[in-house]
Design a protein around this ligand. Structure first.
Ligand SMILES: NC(=O)c1ccc[n+]([C@@H]2O[C@H](COP(=O)([O-])OP(=O)(O)OC[C@H]3O[C@@H](n4cnc5c(N)ncnc54)[C@H](O)[C@@H]3O)[C@@H](O)[C@H]2O)c1
Length: 257
C-alpha cells in the first residue's frame, strides 16, 4: 500500500499523542479509521473528530486484541493497515517487575498478538500492512528507562523478523522510530528524557507527515528525525565509541537533573 485513501485502518492507542494524529491524518487522506484506546472517552473524542469509529479496549492482551480485530473487521470489512501504536513508558532506571511486565505486554506482545491474528487473512489475500510504532530507543537506547529501551528493541526485532519472513508474500511491515515527540508520554519517561529529547522534540503532526511519506516510499524504517539514521549507523560501526558518547550524555544528565 502506497496510499491510505480508501483503506480500512486500525490505530491502537489513538486517543492521544501520535496515535490520535495518525488517525486524524489517515481520515483526512480518505481512509476509514478505527480508533482504539484504553481510555474510552479519548477514543470516542478522536473518532468523532475524524469521522472514524471508536473501538475502546486493551490492545495488548490476547482477549483485547481479538476483540479489537473482531470489531474492526465488522466495521471495515478488511483491515488493510494495522498501526500497533499503543505503548507505555514505565519505570525509572532498571525498573520494577511490574514495569517490565507492563512494558513487555504493551510494547511487544501487543504487536505479536495482532500479527498472529492478522497474518492468516493477509497471507490468504496476498496483502497486508503493519506499522509498528517503535521508537528511536529501539534503534539506539533511552537513558534513564531500561524497560522502555529493551522492549522497544524487542519490538524492532519482531518487526524486522516479520518483514524478512513475509515480504515476498505481499506483507509490508514498517517500524516508526521517532526521537522526542510532544505528547503526554515524553514528560513521563524520565527527567533525562526531557533534557535529552526536549530540544529536538517534534509535533505529532510532523510524525504523521513522516508516516504518510514513509507509506509512499515503502522503506522499513520511518524516521521522523532523519539524524537517527546517522546515530544508528554510528552505533553499528563503532559500538564502543557510541557507548562512550551515551555514557557522557548520562553523566551530563546526572549533573543537570
Ligand atoms: N512521545 C515520544 O516522544 C515518543 C517517541 C518515540 C516513540 N513513541 C511511541 O509512540 C507511541 C505513542 O506514544 P505517545 O507519545 O503518543 O503517548 P501518549 O501517552 O500520548 O499516548 C499513548 C496512548 O496509548 C494508550 N494505551 C496505552 N496502553 C494501551 C493499551 N494496552 N491498549 C490501548 N491503548 C493503550 C494510552 O491510553 C494513550 O492514550 C508509543 O508506542 C510510544 O512508545 C513516543
Amino acid at each position: 500500500m502506497r496510499s491510505v485513501a480508501g483503506a480500512g485502518v486500525v490505530v491502537t492507542g489513538a486517543g492521544s499523542g501520535i496515535g490520535a494524529a495518525l488517525a486524524r491524518r489517515f481520515a483526512a487522506e480518505g481512509a476509514r479509521v478505527v480508533v482504539n484506546d484504553l481510555d474510552a472517552g479519548a477514543a470516542a473524542r478522536v473518532a468523532q473528530a475524524c469521522g472514524g469509529t471508536a473501538a475502546p479496549g486493551d490492545a495488548a492482551s490476547a482477549d483485547g486484541v481479538a476483540a479489537l480485530l473482531a470489531t474492526a473487521t465488522g466495521v471495515l470489512g478488511e483491515i488493510d493497515l494495522f498501526c500497533a501504536n499503543a505503548g507505555v513508558a514505565r519505570g525509572d532506571g532498571e525498573g520494577s517487575e511490574d514495569d517490565w511486565e507492563a512494558s513487555w505486554q504493551v510494547n511487544v506482545m501487543a504487536h505479536v498478538r495482532a500479527a498472529r491474528l492478522l497474518l492468516p487473512g493477509w497471507l490468504g489475500r496476498g496483502s497486508g500492512h503493519l506499522i509498528c510504532t517503535v521508537s528511536a530507543a529501539g534503534l539506539l537506547t533511552m537513558l534513564g528507562a531500561a524497560p522502555y529501551s529493551a522492549t522497544k528493541h524487542a519490538a524492532l526485532g519482531f518487526a524486522e523478523w516479520l518483514a524478512a519472513t513475509y515480504a515476498h508474500r505481499g506483507i509490508t511491515v514498517q517500524a516508526l522510530c521517532p526521537m522526542g515527540v510532544r505528547t503526554p508520554m515524553l514528560s513521563g519517561i524520565s527527567p533525562a528524557a526531557e533534557l535529552i529529547l526536549g530540544p529536538t522534540a517534534i509535533t505529532t503532526d510532523e510524525v504523521a507527515d513522516a508516516v504518510i511519506a514513509g507509506i509512499a516510499e515503502g522503506g522499513f524504517l520511518i524516521l521522523p528525525h532523519p539524524d537517527v539514521a546517522r546515530m544508528y549507523a554510528g552505533r553499528a560501526t563503532d559500538t564502543d565509541r557510541w557507548l562512550r558518547g551515551m555514557n557522557k550524555l548520562q553523566t551530563q544528565t546526572e549533573t543537570a537533573v
